[in-house]
Design a protein around this ligand. Structure first.
Ligand code: ATP
Ligand code: MG
Length: 310
């Protein structure tokens, strides 16, 4: 049985693609056969994993609209155990072309029916809207991972997203639940980051939040920092663990993948540099990062290199 997770937030630029791509790549690196499905016409997951979106023969558009078998669109990526169902600008017309299909909300679900058991994980990167493509994702999956950027108005639009999730659960997919809420682009030099982390945790501890998440606190312990390396990696068509496996972003997405696999106990978000350095020491001991990394250098990296100016 595969686990099917969509990364959704109708807000643009909150880290959906970065999360979908790097989570999928880490799960694959742990030996899990993983399929990344790009259902965003921007095709950022497609190019970010190193596939030329202008040279695709069959994309997810051909699968959804032309009813091509998804196997005809799936390509192997440079990452072992990771496959991709690519997307490109063709998908822009999806909402209009699908409008008369009586099962228009179920098109992705039907498309993956035959292959869902061939993968241990299917990760879907969705577009920044609550339109039909996102509804298709929410209908096809078991759980949704919501990235939230640590910024002003972080919670704006969240209730709208949670309402749509509730509606989909009531009408189209009663299996749907929230996989987790991921805080992204944290900048620990600002009080804002800490405030947003606390606010998001409070929100999901509140009645409204806990209703949606089955009464459990679902904010991931791992928080993703604002990181130059993470923003550079897609330009090279590489996941972060290949682009710079010693970067803080690599370490944090590694931790997220472990949490998704259920290997790390959920707990309060760890936001102090001291604790992060302790984490790095532990990772060095496990051989996950090079043992000769000097912690002072890494601390400097946290302060200088990995945190972009606001
Ligand atoms: P869209 O809504 O357009 O699909 P998105 O939610 O998928 O956007 P991303 O594409 O993952 O967001 O990220 C937006 C931009 O921010 C990209 O340029 C990406 O490289 C960069 N980015 C993502 N995460 C981080 C991070 N932790 N630190 C620095 N830059 C980041
Ligand atoms: Mg995206």
């Amino acid at each position: 049985m595969s686990r099917i997770i969509a990364v959704c937030n109708q807000k643009g630029g909150v880290g959906k693609t970065t999360t979908a791509l790097n989570l999928a790549a880490y799960l694959a690196s742990f030996g899990k056969t993983t399929l990344l499905i790009d259902i965003d016409p921007q095709g950022n997951s497609t190019s970010g994993i190193g596939v030329d979106k202008h040279a695709i023969t069959n994309s997810i558009y051909n699968v959804l609209i032309d009813r091509k078998p998804i196997g005809d669109a799936i390509v192997q990526t440079a990452v072992q155990n990771l496959w991709l169902a690519p997307s490109n600008v063709d998908l822009t017309g999806f909402e209009i072309e699908a409008i008369n299909n009586p099962a228009k909300e179920y098109m992705l679900k039907s498309a993956i029916e035959g292959i869902r058991d061939a993968y241990e994980f299917i990760i879907i990167d969705s577009p920044p809207s609550l339109g039909l493509l996102t509804i298709n994702a929410l209908t096809a999956i078991e759980s949704v991972l919501i990235p939230i950027q640590c910024e002003y108005y972080a919670l704006e639009g969240l209730s709208q997203l949670l309402n749509v999730i509730t509606l989909v659960r009531q009408r189209l997919n009663n299996e749907l639940r929230i996989e987790g809420v991921l805080l992204t682009m944290a900048d620990y030099r600002t009080r804002l980051t800490t405030e947003v982390i606390n606010e998001v945790k409070r929100y999901f501890d509140s009645d409204e939040g806990s209703l949606m998440v089955g009464g459990r606190n679902k904010v991931y312990r791992t928080v993703i920092s604002r990181s130059v390396r993470l923003s550079e990696a897609p330009g090279f068509g590489k996941p972060i663990f290949i682009y710079d496996k010693n970067s803080i972003g690599a370490k944090q997405y590694f931790e997220l993948a472990k949490e998704v696999l259920g290997e790390a106990a959920a707990g309060p978000a760890d936001i102090s540099n001291n604790n992060r350095i302790k984490d790095l020491q532990a990772l060095a001991q496990q051989g996950v990062i090079d043992t000769d990394i000097r912690i002072e250098t890494e601390t400097k990296k946290i302060e200088d290199e990995n945190i972009l100016p606001l």
